[in-house]
Design a protein around this ligand. Structure first.
Ligand SMILES: Cc1ncc(COP(=O)(O)O)c(C=O)c1O
Length: 243
């Protein structure tokens, strides 16, 4: 007979066998979630929670959206898995829909299992394509927890795993609220942050830099919306030096 599932049994099994990321394992107390729908999830004791963060900012369409659930069920019944060398209708269609929204001739989509793996592959591609090794990223950034991705990450979570040999150089991005550049307006912050990046490139040797990786709006290391013009300015610097 299946034992009666309660919040306590779920939590006990979790604490016995599940290793949680980014956590001192002995100090955490994960909430046992019994279900979710729309903007809410609930525990085993009848408490409902409004999910302001959409889990890890990844369920913006809402929990258990009926169309998503139906699509998952339908595909699971038809074809669960396929090796990378084959073509399959749903992957082709997903890629086509993404390509419709990506700019210019960025028309080829490489599917990965998550963010860190995407970053690892993007960095490898940039290095192979340019023949250069350095990658620049900002302090106060998060790029994932695998080898290159954690070295790119610009917050202290990097320190225990920083090999200091990953070819990563960090610089300051714009953040007017606590401006590293003593700026008081968005225009000043933009201009000074771009000048700082241009200086960093000049002294690192732009011909040694394969890529600059940026979150358009840093998310897990803070919510720091760049001033107008900053991203275009970074693009311009990259174009100037073949980065
Ligand atoms: C900007 C950014 N890059 C990469 C990652 C890593 O993604 P994943 O946890 O799917 O490996 C995250 C995750 O929060 C992220 O916010």
């Amino acid at each position: 007979m299946t034992p009666h599932v309660t919040g306590a049994t779920v939590k006990a099994a979790d604490r016995a066998h599940v290793f949680h990321s980014w956590s001192a394992q002995a100090l955490i107390d994960p909430l046992a979630v019994a279900g979710a729908e729309g903007s809410y999830f609930w525990d085993y004791d009848g408490n409902r929670f409004l999910d302001f963060s959409s889990q890890l900012v990844n369920t913006n369409i809402g929990h258990q959206h009926p169309k998503v659930v139906a699509a998952v069920q339908e595909q699971a019944a038809r074809l669960c898995t396929l090796a990378p060398g084959f073509a399959v209708d749903v992957r082709s269609e997903a890629a086509r829909l993404i390509a419709e929204r990506t700019p210019g001739d960025l028309d080829k989509i490489f599917f990965t299992n998550g963010g860190a793996e995407a970053v690892e592959n993007a960095v490898r591609m940039a290095r192979l394509h340019t023949g250069r090794q350095k990658v620049l990223s900002t302090y106060r950034s998060y790029h994932g927890a695998t080898a290159a991705a954690i070295n790119l990450t610009g917050d202290p979570r990097r320190w225990p795993s920083d090999t200091a040999s990953a070819g990563v150089v960090h610089f300051w991005g714009p953040f007017l609220y606590r401006s590293p550049f003593h700026a008081v307006t968005e225009a000043e912050e933009c201009e000074r942050a771009l000048a700082h990046l241009a200086d960093t490139l000049a002294f690192e040797g732009p011909q040694t830099v394969a890529a600059i990786i940026l979150e358009s709006v840093p998310g897990t290391a803070g919510i720091m919306t760049p001033p107008p013009g900053y991203l275009a300015g970074v693009r311009e610097l990259c174009d100037r030096y073949g980065i």
